[in-house]
Design a protein around this ligand. Sequence first.
Ligand SMILES: Nc1ncnc2c1ncn2[C@@H]1O[C@H](COP(=O)(O)OP(=O)(O)O)[C@@H](O)[C@H]1O
Ligand SMILES: [Mg+2]
Length: 418
Amino acid sequence: MSKLIVYYQEKIVGQLNFDKEERLSFQYDKNWLVFKDRFPLSLALALVEKTHGHLETKSFFENLLPEGEIKDLIEAHGKSSIKSEFGFLQEFGGDCAGAFKILPEKAKIIQSKTPRKELRLEVIFKYLNEKKSLTDVILNKEGGKFSLAGAQDKFPVIFEKNKIYLPLDGSPTTHIIKPHVRYFNSIHDTPYNEYMCMKLAKAVGLNVPKVDIIEGKYPLFIVERFDRIKVKTEILRIHQQDFCQAQGITSLKKYESDGGPSFVNNYNLIKAHSSAPIPDLNQLLNWLIFNLVIGNNDSHSKNLAFLRVEDGIRLAPFYDLLSTSVYKEISQNFAFKVGGQNLWFKLKRRLFDKLSAELGLKEDVLPKIALKLLNDIEKKHPKLVEEFDVRFPEVKTAVTLEKEIKKRVVFLQKIFAV
Ligand SMILES: Nc1ncnc2c1ncn2[C@@H]1O[C@H](COP(=O)(O)OP(=O)(O)O)[C@@H](O)[C@H]1O
Ligand SMILES: [Mg+2]
């Protein structure tokens, strides 16, 4: 049996085991179970003495890992041991989403003579020019020690005075950088797309972290981590769990269509567990309508998370908001069904009313929220497009998005106005 130790700051939380049959299990440390500020890894892994079995353990740890093509590339170019979730975290689990460091038994702190190095933009652009996955080269060549979920290329960094630093010892990072989506060979505008959608979200009252574009040969989307806080000069980690982890399922079920949680399931999860359900549920309803407006068909359950706060957990700020519908190569099915329908142009008032009933909402609640959001978008969007065009006069993304969004705003206004 091999094991890894899960740390919160310098405290041992528990141990992750991997047996000869490649089954995972997890056990909380006895001291953690009586620690006054203890908290569970996820809602699916209760703070109890018994050993948690393979499936529930996997639901937390697998969801920390990259997915799809990016994971395949890392595995193809890295040590053979990283092909299991356990092996991947053994190698790269120094800096994950949330509060935990996952380290080999004896290496309490990852030893490195140079704790961090500057990652120059030229180096990043050279890799992008060679069509390399940045997650792959930064882990396998540049010495990165991190694991971040998702199917897109990305890496966490310390961003200070406009310089990008890569920790080599798994110490906490402050930002996440996402270059363009790899599978569009000719389209390099996804960073602008995500930037605009996140800006618009902020302008209309959704809770989102700060974002920017690092300019250069290729645009890089950069977002401030909401699971990190700076206290004096130290960066501290805050626990987060995504909605797949919270519901004890792996990333294979992040989409409702693959048997994953429905919108109603996620709504009820917040209702049952948030320490402030009223504002969080309101945010979630706004998020649903916002995703329909921008055409974010990829708004699945791993794009929602709980963040630990003093008196419990709250819905985390939103991330990964971008219009996928402007790319015809991507599925046009919305990630959730609304009243049984997941094609936006087939949505009807009665389908939203059906959803409201499933959520236990009075019929006028969702329409009111939606109409306010749609009006706010109409009001705030033009100025953002203008600012974008001034800053990036050559880039057409904001105009393309504006067309898509206007079309959907008009459509949804008609639905909700009746
Ligand atoms: N601003 C952020 N702060 C903290 N964690 C984040 C932030 N943005 C993303 N993450 C984490 O990184 C993961 C991948 O990011 P995401 O933008 O969803 O990438 P992808 O497009 O590959 O799905 C998320 O599931 C979440 O755990
Ligand atoms: Mg995502």
